[in-house]
Ligand binder design. Structure first.
Ligand code: GTQ
Ligand code: FE2
Length: 364
């Protein structure tokens, strides 16, 4: 936020002018600072929510709060401590832990903010997206693009939690939020064994249906990426003979629209990273913010010089222009979601090696 200083001690005429400007809702630029900063100044801070605590608190919410309270979703939103008490993980991104108990359902609705789920543990839930039932199991990525109907069902005996990410703060800033509750009652059953979108667009590597809709959609037509496929893609990068991956100990894949190669949704980029113990990579920073969900392994991240130990289930906010280093102590699998497609579309994406760091201090 720019800071302002509109008094002009010792110059009554200028003081009067500043007063008259303020009365007419005008501000003199010559009195404003912090507006055009040399580099991006994120209001949000780097932050880590611990998986262990999220699991415990999610379970207590499951015991106490019926799913039909407050938007029909039992969700704990990540609230970045520097965003003025708002429920946002970073300026453009919503992140949350969602908890669905045994035999519960979260009924259908749709909204213009796009959403995705990355499943941290468990299986048995399915999400219906525009009539297509998608199975959710650990490591799966499930998309609910802008304005698609979605509802979650848990037919099993065990509760399930997953990580939600939405571009809600971004869409809110653009003043383009619409929401509509779905028709009651929600669907009772469907066969999520393999969804229509998976059958058509996830049938095999490089294989697309010969007959395709004439109008391409703004988002990927493949609404679920299964962990077995993601895992295989990461593992195979380590076995390509001349690959950089083997030298650096870091493999990553980007989840893409199979028909275009573009990001799965217009506003969010999803990636899965695998870091091997002993891998080395320079600290990097980029414009735009990201959220990370720790899926497997152990190690730490260094964010602007502060060290955060990480364990499965941890969720991490990385605001714009934060320098990031990842260190694996055991093979680490990290899911990341960022607003990079937006920055790229607007020609605002930049990245650089962060050479100015730093003494590492442990996190609070
Ligand atoms: O599951 O539909 O974390 O609508 C926030 C808003 C999840 C959902 C969130 C939502 C949902
Ligand atoms: Fe939703």
């Amino acid at each position: 936020m720019p800071t302002r200083r509109f008094d002009a001690p010792g110059d009554p005429a200028l003081s009067d002018l500043h007063g008259d400007l303020a009365e007419r809702d005008l501000q003199p630029l010559w009195e404003l600072s912090g507006l055009l900063t040399p580099t991006p100044r994120a209001r949000a801070v780097p932050y880590r929510w611990r998986g262990k605590e999220l699991r415990e608190l999610g379970g207590r919410a499951g015991d106490l709060v019926p799913v039909d309270r407050g938007g029909n979703r039992r969700v704990l939103s990540l609230s970045n401590p520097e965003l003025g008490g708002g429920p946002y993980a970073s300026a453009p991104l919503w992140g949350a832990l969602q908890y669905l108990g045994p035999r519960e359902a979260a009924p259908a609705h749709r909204h213009t903010p796009a959403a995705l789920r990355f499943v941290l543990e468990g299986e048995g839930v399915w999400t219906m997206v525009n009539g297509d039932p998608l199975r959710m199991a650990a490591g799966d990525l499930v998309l609910t693009p802008s304005w698609t109907w979605h509802e979650h069902h848990s037919p099993g005996d065990a509760p399930m939690t997953w990580f939600d990410a939405l571009d809600l703060p971004l869409v809110e800033a653009l003043e383009a939020v619409f929401f509509e509750p779905g028709p009651e009652p929600a669907a009772q059953s469907a066969d999520p064994a393999r969804s229509a979108s998976e059958r058509r667009f996830g049938a095999g590597p490089g294989l697309l249906p010969g007959k395709r809709p004439t109008r391409p959609t703004a988002h990927s037509p493949l609404l679920r990426h299964r962990w077995a496929d993601t895992d295989r893609a990461l593992a195979s990068q380590f076995t390509v003979p001349d690959a950089e991956t083997s030298a650096t100990g870091h493999a990553h894949v980007r989840f893409a629209d199979p028909t275009s190669g573009r990001d799965v949704m217009p506003t969010m980029r999803c990636e899965m990273h695998r870091y091997m113990p002993g891998h080395s990579a320079p600290a990097l920073r980029c414009t735009g913010s990201s959220l990370t969900a720790v899926f497997h392994g152990a190690g730490f991240v260094v964010l602007d010089g502060t060290r955060y130990d990480i364990a499965p289930g941890d969720l991490i906010a990385v605001p714009s222009w934060t320098s990031v280093t990842v260190v694996a102590e055991e093979s680490l699998d990290l899911f990341t979601v960022s607003d990079a497609p937006v920055l790229e579309a607007l020609s605002l994406y930049r990245e650089e090696a962060a050479t100015d760091s730093v003494e590492i201090t442990p996190a609070r």
